[in-house]
Design a protein around this ligand. Sequence first.
Ligand code: ATP
Ligand code: MEV
Ligand code: MG
Length: 356
Amino acid sequence: MENFQEFQNKYFKISETSPSKIILFGEHAVVDGYPAISMAIDLKTFGTIKKLDDCSENCSEKYIKIDLQDLNEKIVIDISNDEEIRNFLNLDVNNIVKNVKYVVCAIKNTIKYMINNNKNKDIKILPFELILHSETPVSCGLGSSASAVLTTIKLVSKLLNKNLNLSNSEMAEIAYSVEKEIQGRASITDTYTVSMGGILEIINNEYITDDLNLNDNLVELIQTCNFLIVYVEERNRKTAELVQEVGNNPKKEEIFSKIGEIISKLKTCKNKSEFGNLMTQNHNLLKDLNISTQKIDEVVELGSKYGLGAKLTGAGGGGCAIILLDDEELRKQELIYNLKKIDVMEIFECKMYLNK
Ligand SMILES: Nc1ncnc2c1ncn2[C@@H]1O[C@H](COP(=O)(O)OP(=O)(O)OP(=O)(O)O)[C@@H](O)[C@H]1O
Ligand SMILES: C[C@@](O)(CCO)CC(=O)[O-]
Ligand SMILES: [Mg+2]
């Protein structure tokens, strides 16, 4: 009879979840070291992982099976021998045609992290099946990639070593390596916000959370805010393309420093209408970076008319906008009525997500 851990692995699935995120201020500028303020939200990605029996028809065959239900994509990775394992760990995920590179890269980088950090000297790559499903619309600016990647990292690290507890920042470090490897240019915003939870301020690609005394009044003010998240339209480009495009924009420095000025004004922000105003000002600067769309701008206008302010969130190119609601229920209903009139895709009322 196998020992208890082998018994657990053999018969029980491991389940994990991760939140998503909104960027309140500073997307794109944060990639070049300017500040950003982000918040984890309670739209979650759910994942399970289960050890596969060592023996299928032929006992020498071992596979990693991945089922990405939201993308309707399935992929099988051969780990039957050392050579196949070496090929997988040295894989250039950007050569993968299928839309599975984030999750495949997350599996690869987690295994390499554990080997390189001696988290598990005699790491045995077990054959397993990993299944993911998310509440977060894919590729719309809410950090769906970071949420899928973090969920994968939690699952794989737990399966390969049940007693191992990677810290939130270790998992965020692995997740950031995935987004960098795939996007080329990336900040820690999405991956650290999804991993740490709560509200984060990112400066020079370092993060400050409320435990590391983020500006208290700002945290208190944000915690009194109610945001509507509007999935306006499908994006026409992926984050990787948008980030590269902005990186090549000759006006980026001038625009990024103005975004930085907006964020410094936040520190002395006294109320929600000032906060909302600064959001709209940030949006207008993102428009100057050519990453907004006509429909996103329409939603931002409605958000300023019936709410306290609005901006696109995430990489842009379509996707989502966030609207700061004022406290009047009637204005919120008029806002939602007018949003539905212009046929937005989805409207979410989300709360800040705090790690337990
Ligand atoms: N639920 C999911 N299951 C598997 N892979 C996912 C899932 N959600 C996102 N992904 C991967 O992430 C990619 C989208 O990442 P991308 O960074 O372009 O969008 P995003 O993270 O939603 O937006 P942003 O980075 O602006 O917040 C998808 O093409 C897919 O490869
Ligand atoms: C556009 C960007 O600033 C946020 C994407 O959600 C890219 C990044 O920070 O890696
Ligand atoms: Mg992303």
